[in-house]
Design a protein around this ligand. Structure first.
Ligand SMILES: CC(C)(COP(=O)(O)OP(=O)(O)OC[C@H]1O[C@@H](n2cnc3c(N)ncnc32)[C@H](O)[C@@H]1OP(=O)(O)O)[C@@H](O)C(=O)NCCC(=O)NCCS
Length: 333
């Protein structure tokens, strides 16, 4: 917002694991078809992390790319935030593993659980810390290895998800900035808290033979409720951020929506009367990789040279909680 100290994106990094799982591969695992998956979701393939590749590994790769992009070293990082629903383990924080893997100094490390809205939540926390000081450079990472909590016997969910990471290197220093964060809006509507959840492994249902037998350590989802709420809450989040910045959709060069489902994105585009071409999509080859998805789509557009100096971009997320959030960004170059 205009009366607050500006926060800048100094570097941006994304990482997708190498292994590809296609719809044809899924046809061999569950009773589904490429036609069903493509027509219902738009997804053709997704990236799957290796067995020995954890959320911290995905995060560290994205973080190294963001540091290289911003021309800074790991030693310049003053705090690390990792937003994830698939931490390496309940504790210590995944950010602590990232610190070790990238070779950062003893900076504070912390985590956020915001479902697929990791980017707006992470950027909001990082921005608050940067404004408060004494931090200069903060890595706000969003990463998930969703395939670790995917039930490969549940055809409704297993066709949707993939793995990946995105890192935003944020600073209050205008020099060398690639983008300026103009505003962030985040929210949570707990009326949908049971639409998308992982029942087992927490304090409510600690792991037992029974929780394993009942498949409680896998993600559960009410697909239709999530679909409806996604369209509604992402539409509201976009309207809120545009309204409070006196903007109309036509002034936004690109929207980078949560990469859950092409039909959700299409419904949103129609709701705000913006052509689908102005919505960045990568889900066709990434699937829904949860918290990093809006950052991965943004990174893809940046690497493809689709953003020009001065372009406005809105990142809009939605996820378990039910969280939602937007980041309004002015691209610098
Ligand atoms: C999951 C989703 C694609 C399902 O689409 P849908 O149109 O709601 O499908 P339904 O649940 O009504 O199921 C329709 C039929 O397809 C079947 N089906 C479900 N998954 C299938 C699959 N992978 N392959 C083939 N058929 C499938 C169902 O069993 C059902 O069959 P029936 O009519 O014989 O009972 C859709 O609800 C969705 O995208 N929801 C949002 C999910 C999401 O984004 N989650 C993450 C948010 S962060």
């Amino acid at each position: 917002m205009k009366d607050r100290q500006p926060v800048y994106v100094r570097g941006l990094g994304a990482y997708l694991p190498e292994k590809i799982l296609t719809n044809a591969d899924l046809e061999k695992i569950v009773d589904t078809s490429d036609e069903w998956i493509t027509s219902r979701t738009g997804i053709k393939e997704r990236r799957i992390a290796a067995d020995d590749q954890y959320t911290s590994d995905l995060s560290a790769e994205a973080a190294k790319r963001a540091l290289a992009d911003g021309g800074l070293a790991a030693g310049d990082v003053d705090a690390i935030i990792v937003a994830t629903v698939t931490p390496d383990m309940p504790f210590p924080s995944t950010a602590a593993f990232v610190q070790k893997k990238i070779g950062a100094h003893t900076c504070p490390c912390m985590g956020i659980e915001a479902g697929c809205s990791g980017v707006p939540y992470g950027c909001e926390l990082a921005s608050a810390l940067l404004r408060q000081g004494p931090y200069r450079n903060i890595l706000a990472i969003s990463a998930d290895k969703l395939t670790a909590i995917t039930d490969w016997q549940d055809r409704l969910t297993c066709v949707l998800f993939g793995d990946g990471a995105a890192a935003f290197l944020l600073t209050c220093d205008a020099e060398g900035a690639r983008g300026e964060i103009l505003d962030i809006y985040i929210a949570n509507d707990s009326s949908g808290v049971d639409a998308l959840y992982l029942p087992g492994g927490g304090s409510r249902a600690p792991a037992t033979e029974e929780t394993v037998r009942n498949r409680l350590h896998f993600l559960k989802m009410n697909g239709q409720e999530v679909y409806k709420e996604a369209v509604k809450s992402m539409g509201q989040a976009v309207a809120t951020i545009l309204e409070r910045n006196n903007l109309v959709p036509d002034q936004i060069k690109f929207f980078s929506p949560h990469q859950a489902n092409l039909r959700i994105i299409d419904a949103m585009a129609r709701q705000i009367n913006v052509p689908l071409e102005r919505f960045l999509t990568v889900l066709q080859w990434t699937g829904n990789n949860s918290s990093p998805s809006v950052g991965i789509a943004l990174d893809d557009a940046v690497r493809a040279g689709r953003l020009q100096h001065g372009d406005l971009v809105v990142l809009v997320s939605f996820g378990a909680g039910l969280t939602s959030g937007t980041v309004l960004l002015r691209w610098i170059g």
